[in-house]
Design a protein around this ligand. Structure first.
Ligand SMILES: [Zn+2]
Length: 432
């Protein structure tokens, strides 16, 4: 069993709590002094930094939500000068405006450290060759695990997403031992490799996969492990918290969330009171050491549970169990967050279609497919040529907002079911 930072990873839970308390007290003062957003929010709640004396006081602090990041776009919640920001990432937003996340050098170092601990915990090290098949760019996946991989001294192959044949060729020829991507993309890779006459199980050195950015089940894990002969590990993180951050250990019983960096709460969504270990609730995270964009009690939007008992691996930090889904309307398609509101935002710009639509998610082979059923306002058979052009324009516009291809399918006026309450916008036929 190897550890990246054994003195931290196996520290006494009491000492960890004490450390968290000290960091929280410092953090609250830090954001209050540096961010007009937090000062205003705390003042509205009648909270002064000195009211927070330990993590037992966390319940006194107001929540933050994604909407706060949107309202303060692009950097109204930042706590450092722009010149101290060394990198930006951005994720797609509901109305076309992205959510911007900034990092100081210390933030980037802590991010890589978090992944270095997780990668070490699943047996990766400097002898490994790690293929990073998450997208590089504004999306945090690629660069996130890239720096974690470099930190542990592994050889990093920044393959990025796409170009599947080349991915398989390089995996085989460079003796790649580990891959990071979405579980659906890896399932697709297995299939594609078979078509190329290359068995990942028998003809490559691949032994470990780090899969995340979309929810996946224990049954998919089993299928992947059987078909490819590797060990498949879950990873969790969101762009607002940095990016991919926490990986399971070899026990495969939850992802270790590093308590010296983050404070995790699982709350009853109705009462906002903490729920006991093992009970599913809403995930709320406080970033204890982030400098550029610290988040206080951030409602991530995921439903999850925690296990705070000491793990078989000896690590004492809490474990986040597999996510149970989203508490809001967001769906994850090919690793990308999609909000029905984004589709609506596009459709309302086109007078030829009604604002009623249905997103249909399915699996095309092993890959997610997304179809948007759109009602035409006027369905006349002599306008077929116009419909082709309209379809292309809609698909182009959707792609620019969603960052992924969605097929547009026209349906007759009045076809999409209407609802008096909350509209059902998504039909998910995928099986995880
Ligand atoms: Zn463990």
């Amino acid at each position: 069993m190897s550890y990246w930072k054994p003195e931290i990873e196996t520290m006494d839970p009491k000492d960890l709590r004490q450390m968290q308390s000290e960091k929280l007290v410092k953090l609250v003062k830090y954001v209050y002094d540096r961010s007009p957003f937090y000062k205003k929010r705390f003042d509205e709640f009648g909270i002064k930094p000195e009211d927070i004396k330990s993590i037992d006081d966390i319940g006194k602090l107001p929540f933050t939500v994604k909407q706060d990041l949107r309202d303060t776009y692009p950097n109204g919640m930042f706590c450092v000068k722009n010149t101290d920001v060394v990198r930006y990432h951005a994720s797609s937003g509901t109305t076309g405006k992205p959510t911007v996340v900034g990092y100081t050098q210390n933030d980037l170092d802590a991010w890589a450290e978090s992944l270095a601990r997780g990668m070490t915990a699943i047996g990766l090290g400097q002898d490994d060759i790690i293929q990073v098949s998450y997208g590089y760019g504004l999306f945090t996946g690629g660069l996130g695990v890239h720096y974690g991989s470099e930190k542990i001294g592994a050889t990093t192959l920044p393959a990025g997403s796409g170009n599947t044949e080349r991915q398989i060729t390089l995996m085989k020829d460079l003796d790649v031992t580990a891959i990071c991507c979405t579980p659906s993309y890896f399932s697709y890779l297995i299939e594609a490799a078979d078509h190329m006459g290359c068995s990942i199980k028998d003809e490559t050195k691949l032994k470990i996969g780090i899969f995340g950015a979309e929810p996946w089940s224990e049954s998919l894990r089993k299928r992947i492990e059987e078909r490819s002969g590797i060990k498949a590990y879950d990873v969790f993180g969101t762009s607002e918290l940095s990016g991919p951050l926490f990986i399971e250990c070899e026990a495969q019983e939850g992802m270790h969330v590093w308590g010296d960096m983050f404070l995790f709460e699982i709350l009853d969504a109705e009462t906002n009171e903490p729920v006991p270990d093992g009970v599913v609730g809403e995930l709320v995270v406080t970033t204890l050491i982030k400098e550029a964009l610290p988040l206080i009690r951030y409602r991530v939007g995921d439903l999850a549970s925690l296990d705070t008992s000491v793990c078989k691996c000896g690590r004492t930090h809490p474990r986040l169990m597999r996510l149970k889904g989203r508490s809001d309307d967001m769906v994850i398609v090919r690793g990308i967050n999609v909000f029905p509101g984004q589709v609506e935002y596009v459709l309302v710009k086109f007078p030829e279609v009604s604002p009623h639509f249905m997103i249909v998610l399915d699996r095309d082979g092993e890959l997610d497919s997304m179809t948007v059923q759109v009602e035409l306002v006027d369905m006349a058979s002599d306008k077929l040529d116009d419909y082709h052009k309209l379809k292309a324009r809609l698909e182009h516009e959707l792609k620019s907002i969603l960052n992924l291809h969605a097929e547009v399918e026209f349906v007759a006026p009045g076809t999409i079911p209407r609802s008096e309450g909350k509209a059902k916008r998504v039909t998910d036929k995928r099986q995880f």
